[in-house]
Write a protein that binds this ligand. Structure first.
Ligand SMILES: [Fe+2]
Ligand SMILES: [Fe+2]
Length: 378
């Protein structure tokens, strides 16, 4: 991917106004002169809990025929092409001054970690979607992926704006070239990406609504942008739902077990990751257990549009299982830091056993509706 050469014409332009992913990335490359090693190194790290970069079988994806969902598909593409959020993702008068200097140190640390990890996740989507657009010949598919990559480049650019105020920045060009790519077969990309888009929507909208009611907890202006932001993620999720709908096999038979696996992995990873940021959630006035339950409930409700099962998050083993996994991960991090090999093994085994026990909770089954498309309703 060529994002190194940035013509001068991009100087002084903003990612929010970029109409293509190429333009959005070129602008960020121009700004990369000011990049920071710490933020980029953090974004480079690959653990089970940090956002990864993905690659897939692009030819298989390119072969998808969207005719079975043509009506819903065209309406979605038209909506995305209308581009209601063009120009939205940049600082304006609503951007209050941020007092980074006087921010409580633990909160500052966790919030920066949140921003870097969100930026990496946005950019991970951008890289995957852009690559699909570049490699494909199927006009329906390349059109969609171009539009989604455009949005993700804007999102990543906006988070980088926020990081820059703290003297940090993620070097996206460097990440594209140097970060490790994980290969996933297309069907796993559908499950994982669909879920990450929908859970992203649920996370952003839950924080946005909470801060609407409790504005005293809005300790940074970026949260004011979350409503339009999550609408973009919502549309991306809709696109993956329609892609899955083109092939009924993807949501039947043994694939239902894969769906259950991805639901469990995505939910439990979110739980563990969020519990690593207690000061961040305290500043937002959000109990991370309440937040997780709220986000899982919304994501489950949404995913009924395409998945024939949802996880039973009210099951007596669900919450204790998450807590065990969280504890095992905290112990694992500690053992790694201390260099205690056997403690590390023990913690890993406990994390795996907690995950398996979550996976074995019987799922709730239901009938998938004939019409897939939903509108954001939370
Ligand atoms: Fe995004
Ligand atoms: Fe997205």
């Amino acid at each position: 991917m060529n994002v190194q050469n940035t013509p001068e014409k991009y100087e002084g332009k903003h990612t929010a106004d970029a109409t293509t992913v190429e333009e959005g990335l070129a602008i960020q490359e121009e700004q990369a002169k000011y990049d920071d090693d710490f933020a980029t190194e953090t974004a480079m790290s690959n653990t089970l809990l940090t956002p990864r970069f993905y690659t897939t079988d692009f030819d298989e994806l390119d072969a998808i025929d969207v005719s079975p969902v043509r009506g819903e598909w065209d309406r979605l593409i038209a909506q995305m092409e209308a581009d209601p959020n063009k120009g939205h993702f940049k600082k304006n008068d609503d951007w209050d001054t941020v007092d980074w200097e006087n921010m409580e140190p633990q909160l500052k640390k966790e919030f920066i970690d949140f921003l870097i990890s969100s930026c990496t996740a946005e950019f991970s989507g951008c890289v995957l979607y852009k690559e699909m657009k570049r490699r494909g010949n199927n006009e329906d598919i390349t059109r969609l992926f171009q539009l989604m990559a455009r949005d993700e480049a804007r999102h990543a650019g906006f988070i980088n704006d926020a990081l820059r105020e703290a003297g940090l920045r993620v070097n996206l060009g460097f990440l594209t070239q140097k970060k490790k790519y994980t290969y996933f077969r297309p069907k796993f990309i559908y499950y994982a990406t669909y879920l990450s888009e929908k859970i992203g929507y649920a996370r952003y909208i839950t924080i946005f609504r909470h801060l609407q009611e409790n504005p005293q907890h809005r300790f940074h202006p970026i949260f004011k942008w979350f409503e339009e932001w999550c609408n973009d993620e919502f549309s991306h999720g809709e696109a993956f739902a329609l892609l899955m709908k083109t092939d009924p096999k993807l949501t039947k038979g043994k694939n239902v077990l894969w769906i259950k696996f991805f639901l469990t992995a995505v939910y439990s990873t979110m739980y563990v990751r969020d519990h690593q940021r207690p000061a961040f959630h305290k500043a937002l006035g959000v109990d991370p257990d309440w937040y997780a339950h709220e986000v899982f409930t919304k994501t489950s409700k949404l995913s009924e549009q395409i998945f024939p099962i949802t996880l039973d998050i009210e099951h007596p083993r669900w919450q204790p299982g998450l807590e065990k996994m969280q504890k095992a991960n905290a112990d694992l991090a500690q053992a790694k830091e201390d260099g205690r090999f056997f403690a590390k093994l023990g913690a890993q085994a406990r994390a795996v056993s907690a995950f398996v026990s979550l996976l074995l909770i019987p799922a709730k089954k239901h009938q998938v509706p004939a019409q897939t498309r939903l509108e954001p309703a939370y």
